[in-house]
Design a protein around this ligand. Structure first.
Ligand SMILES: [Zn+2]
Length: 442
C-alpha cells in the first residue's frame, strides 16, 4: 500500500515542483525566530540547504545573510483537520439550531452535485483553491478528509497532504472495500490515512474494517467524535435528533439494525492504529475521556475552535484535557462551517477565550499538528536536519512578545516555505515594506 507513514528520511527533501527554490545554502535572519522547541531566538538565523534546515542559532552566522528585518519566522502551521472539497464555498452553510440542521445542509449540497465530469472539474477547482488558501495562510501540512481521491490526485506545489480516506455507511461491502483500496493505492503527492466518519454514520462493522486497514498499512486514523450531545443519545437509544435526521435522509432505520459504537468504544478501536485523531470531542463523557487518557500515547484531540463555537455554541474543555496530558492539535474544519482556512485565526480564538497562551496556541498548531498527522519527524518545529518548512510573518509594531505579535489580527503571512521552496509569497518583495532584503556578506 502506498502513501504510508512518515519516512523520517535524511536524504534531500523532495520539494514541491512548480514552487520557487530559495537560493542554495541561504542563511536568513530576522527579528525573531520561534523554533517552538525552546525560547525565541532574537535576531536569530536559519540556514537552508537541499530543502532542509542546516543550521539555526542566534549568534552572527558565517557567510552571506539575507536580512528580513523585523519579520518573525516560525515552523509552518499545520491544519490537522479540514475537508477541502468545500473550499469553493464563499460562506459557511446555515447552521440552524443544532449540528443535525447543518449536516442536513451538507448532505443537500452533496446530493445536488451531479456525478460526472462537471463534478470532477468542480472538485479539482475546490481542492486547488483550498490548497492555495492554506499556503497563503501559512499552512505547510494538512489533514484532509476525503470520501474519494480525485482522479488527478493532489497537486505537488502546495502543503503536504495527509489524506484520510473517509468511510460512511452500515455495511463494509466488497465494492466499498475495493474503492478504498484503490484510492489508497492511487495517492499522488499525498500520504494516506483512514477515517470512519462518526458514530452516528458508521457501523461498528464498517468502521472496524477501516481501522484494520489502517493497522495493516501502518496508517493513521481520524474520526469525528462527540461533536454534539445528541450523538450519544442516538447510539444508546436509536432516537433523538440524529434519528430524525437519518430518517429524513432516507438512510434509517436499517434492517437488520447495524451495531453502533459509543465514543468510548470508538476510542478503543482507534487506539489500535499507529496514530489517531479524535476530532472535536467536545462532549466526550467520563468513560470516553478516561479511555482517551489511557491511549494518549497514540491518540490526540483535534479542536476546530470556530466551527465548534458555531455548531455547538461553546468551545471544548481544553483546560481539562491539557491537565490530563492529552495532546492537542488545531484544525479549521471546512469552509462549510468556517469562513476561511486560517489556523492563526483558530489560535486567536483560543487565546481570546483565555484557553491558551499565544505560545501554547502556536505550539499546538505546529508540533501538536505534526504529531496528529504522524509527521512529527518531518515538520512542526525548526530543527537541524528537518525539512525546511517555515513561514515568515510581518506583524504590526509594538509587541514585545513575538508570540503575541504572531497572533495579532493585523499580522500577515509574507511567505510560506515547504521543503526549502516558496509555496506562497515572495521574500524578495519584502524590501519595500521592511527593508533589508539584500544578500549581505558578513
Ligand atoms: Zn470535519
Amino acid at each position: 500500500m502506498s502513501g504510508s507513514g512518515d519516512d523520517g528520511g535524511r536524504g534531500p527533501e523532495s520539494a514541491p515542483s512548480g514552487a520557487r527554490n530559495l537560493p542554495a545554502g541561504v542563511t536568513i535572519t530576522c527579528r525573531s525566530i520561534l523554533p517552538l522547541q525552546g525560547p525565541p531566538l532574537e535576531r536569530g538565523w536559519l540556514r537552508i540547504g537541499r530543502g532542509r534546515i542546516e543550521g539555526i542559532g542566534h549568534r552572527r552566522p558565517s557567510g552571506p545573510v539575507i536580512d528580513l528585518g523585523d519579520a518573525i519566522i516560525l515552523p509552518g502551521l499545520i491544519n490537522a483537520h479540514t475537508h477541502l472539497e468545500f473550499s469553493d464555498l464563499t460562506a459557511p452553510l446555515p447552521a440552524g439550531s443544532n449540528l443535525t440542521d447543518w449536516i442536513e445542509e451538507v448532505v443537500r449540497l452533496r446530493r445536488a452535485r451531479l456525478p460526472g465530469a462537471a463534478e470532477q472539474t468542480r472538485l479539482a477547482t475546490a481542492l486547488s483553491a483550498g490548497l492555495q488558501e492554506s499556503a497563503a495562510a501559512g499552512v505547510t501540512a494538512l489533514g484532509e478528509i476525503a470520501t474519494a481521491v480525485p482522479a488527478q490526485g493532489y497537486p505537488p506545489h502546495g502543503p503536504r497532504v495527509r489524506l484520510y480516506r473517509e468511510g460512511l455507511g452500515w455495511r463494509p461491502t466488497a465494492t466499498f472495500q475495493s474503492l478504498v483500496a484503490r484510492d489508497l493505492n492511487h495517492l499522488r503527492h499525498a500520504l494516506g490515512g483512514l477515517s470512519p466518519h462518526a458514530p452516528y454514520s458508521v457501523s461498528a462493522g464498517l468502521g472496524g474494517w477501516l481501522v484494520r486497514t489502517a493497522v495493516a498499512g501502518h496508517l493513521p486514523v481520524a474520526m469525528h467524535l462527540a461533536e454534539s450531545r445528541a450523538e450519544a443519545e442516538f447510539v444508546a437509544t436509536g432516537g433523538g435528533p440524529f434519528q430524525n435526521l437519518l430518517a429524513g435522509l432516507g438512510v434509517w432505520p436499517v434492517s437488520p439494525a447495524p451495531r453502533l459504537h459509543s465514543a468510548a468504544d470508538w476510542i478503543s478501536q482507534l487506539a489500535r492504529a499507529p496514530r489517531g485523531s479524535v476530532v472535536h470531542g467536545t462532549f466526550l463523557d467520563e468513560t470516553a475521556l478516561n479511555r482517551l487518557i489511557r491511549h494518549r500515547d497514540r491518540l490526540c484531540l483535534v479542536v476546530c475552535p470556530r466551527t465548534t463555537l458555531r455548531l455547538a455554541g461553546a468551545l471544548p474543555p481544553l483546560g481539562h484535557w491539557r491537565q490530563a496530558g492529552i495532546r492537542l492539535a488545531v484544525g479549521t474544519d471546512s469552509r462549510a462551517s468556517n469562513p476561511d482556512l486560517s489556523i492563526l485565526a483558530e489560535c486567536r480564538t483560543l487565546v481570546e477565550a483565555g484557553m491558551m497562551s499565544p505560545a501554547e496556541a502556536l505550539r499546538t498548531a505546529t508540533r501538536g499538528g505534526a504529531w496528529a498527522l504522524m509527521l512529527e519527524h518531518r515538520c512542526g518545529q525548526l530543527a537541524v536536519g528537518r525539512p525546511a518548512d517555515f513561514i515568515v510573518l510581518q506583524a504590526p509594531p509594538g509587541h514585545a512578545d513575538p508570540h503575541v505579535a504572531a497572533l495579532d489580527p493585523a499580522t500577515r503571512v509574507v511567505a510560506t516555505v515547504r521543503g526549502g521552496r516558496l509555496i506562497f509569497g515572495d521574500l524578495a518583495s519584502r524590501g519595500s515594506t521592511a527593508g533589508s532584503w539584500q544578500s549581505a556578506s558578513q
